[in-house]
Write a protein that binds this ligand. Sequence first.
Ligand code: 5GP
Ligand code: ZN
Length: 106
Amino acid sequence: MTNCIFCKLINGSIPTKIVYQDEDLFVFNDINPKADVHLLLIPKKHIESMLELTDADQDLMGKMMITANKLALLHGLNKGYKTQINTGIGGGQEVFHLHIHVFGNR
Ligand code: 5GP
Ligand code: ZN
């Protein structure tokens, strides 16, 4: 998606500090953090929002949740943390590339 800011972070046309990536996922710090730790986990595949998910995305979404937990623990959030997925205009989504917010205070 050429006009998607998160796809530009994935393909490097906009530079960002990469927290984690693998063949499916890309993780970076939110530009406007709302907690000590505020990660954004996104699939490398452009999916606009949860509204677009199909059965074919089952493994990907499972991997996103498990990776969110691993990264939260790596960031010292072993007492717990908050996750948030805003979906669509009705859910307050502002960037239309599916993402999981991970919030935590140390
Ligand atoms: P949403 O409301 O769509 O769930 O949240 C989008 C999030 O993306 C916001 O928390 C916002 O601060 C973050 N964000 C928007 N543009 C950029 C950017 O260019 N770089 C980074 N790192 N975060 C961004
Ligand atoms: Zn995208």
